[in-house]
Design a protein around this ligand. Structure first.
Ligand code: ZN
Length: 429
């Protein structure tokens, strides 16, 4: 069976290759580094002006009072919406506009947007200004396809994903921007490879365990009680009980890489005793530590219940309190996100997977992400299940020096996004 209209659309996107590169470059050249959250208004206006020219109604929304928002670093978001002539569903492309700081080790200008050997380089090229550019090209080509599209198309650029999304998608979701009836399907062009459709992510629980001791002179430790030794017992108990239990879980989540298909537990830090006099030098005062603090990062699968995970951590610590003389602890929550996974039968998953097959000539791989992204807010706050991440670029390159996006991947993913949106809007497959 042939699809002349779709074939024309794909050829048209192919011819916009240089435009996709130019847009990615323009986005990279605005250094939207977070923290602190620089230049958000500028990048929002670049997007807003461009889409306003194509008949979009553009709104700039500042997340006033969100973390980090002040007059110097206002948390601006842009949402552009274009209504079709007839009623129908709304397809929304959401990209975060912020990037992490460039760091060391670059051989090119991180904000130069250099295009060379089929790649565009720069901080955010892959995560995720390449994906944002691809989605804009996809939408513009759709509008030029000469078809009356029902429903509505939305494109948003949102703040602060790299710091949790509280001044971006979370803030907007709390105010109805990511819920029905306004929005039906959301595609987030995060860099997860052109042939993979990401349907969700694992959950997170960051917690802090503090042990207490009694201070004494280091020459007479028997007069005190070491919080560091108590923490040693915690680590030993984690080794004995917590880590072996992680492997016992089976999951329906197709997490990539496969090593993340079990829950994971990391100890991010341990601090105890007196501080070193100066970094890298000097000796800490010779005292028995009266306090020790451990921060852990526990990642959860969809089959796990966060409350049960917390209860078993508490049971482990209570066990120590009962058996180990002098053991006292505090357990504090620092951050938590529940796991989320969209059902593979949902139209946005099916149509995007079908578009991947059509454009690339191979089946799409459905995956889940080991870490979280803004889908959590769309699911938990917006109560919208129909959300995926799909976009160009390789996640491994994100946050690295010499980050880049392949131009071919941008063009191919734009084709996939256009076909998927077309199918979702018109009900045609
Ligand atoms: Zn990202």
């Amino acid at each position: 069976m042939t699809h002349p209209r779709e074939d024309r659309l794909l050829a048209d996107i192919e011819s916009r290759r240089d435009e996709a590169v130019a847009l990615a470059q323009a986005l990279i050249r605005i250094p939207t580094v977070n923290p602190p959250g620089d230049n958000y208004r500028d990048i929002c206006e670049l997007l807003g002006d461009r889409l306003a020219n194509r008949g979009f109604e553009v709104e700039y929304v500042r997340a006033e009072g969100s973390p980090g928002d002040d007059d110097r670093f206002p948390r601006w978001n842009v949402i552009a919406r274009r209504e079709g002539k007839t009623p129908g569903p709304c397809v929304h492309f959401n990209s975060h506009i912020d990037v992490v700081e460039p760091g060391e080790g670059w051989t090119v200008d991180p904000f130069g947007g250099l295009a060379r050997d089929g790649r565009v380089y720069g901080r955010g090229a892959c995560d995720m200004k390449g994906g944002l550019a691809a989605s804009v090209i996809a939408v513009e080509a759709l509008l030029d396809a000469g078809v009356e599209l029902p429903g509505a198309i939305e494109v948003s650029g949102t703040a602060d994903e790299e710091s949790g999304g509280y001044g971006g998608v979370a803030w907007l979701a709390e105010r109805g921007w990511f819920s029905k009836p306004r929005v039906d399907h959301v595609i987030i062009p995060e860099p997860l490879n052109v042939d993979r459709v990401c349907i969700g992510h694992r959950g997170v629980w960051w917690g802090e365990i503090a042990t207490e001791g009694r201070i004494a002179h280091g020459s007479m430790p028997f007069l005190g009680d070491s919080a560091i030794r108590h923490m040693g017992a915690v680590v030993e108990a984690l080794e004995r009980e917590a880590w072996p239990a992680l492997d016992a879980h089976a999951t329906a989540m197709p997490v990539e890489p496969p090593g993340a298909r079990t829950p994971t537990l990391n100890i991010n830090s341990i601090h105890g005793g007196q501080p070193d006099v100066e970094p890298g030098g000097g000796l800490p005062a010779p005292l028995v530590a009266d306090a020790c603090r451990l921060v852990f990062d526990r990642r959860l699968l969809i089959e796990e219940d966060l409350d049960e995970v917390k209860a078993s951590m508490r049971a482990l610590l209570d066990g120590l309190a009962q058996t180990r003389p002098g053991f006292r602890y505090r357990l504090r929550d620092l951050f938590e996100v529940r796991p989320t996974m969209t059902e593979p039968e949902r139209p946005v998953v099916r149509q995007t997977a079908e578009a991947v097959r059509r454009v690339l000539g191979r089946p799409a791989k459905l995956i889940c992400s080991p870490g979280t992204y803004d889908q959590k807010h769309i699911d938990r706050i917006g109560h919208l299940r129909d959300c995926i991440a799909y976009g160009p670029g390789i996640l491994d390159l994100a946050h690295q020096p010499d980050e880049y996006v392949e131009i071919d991947d941008m063009v191919q993913s734009a084709k996939v996004m256009a076909l998927s949106a077309y199918a979702l809007l018109t009900g045609a497959a």
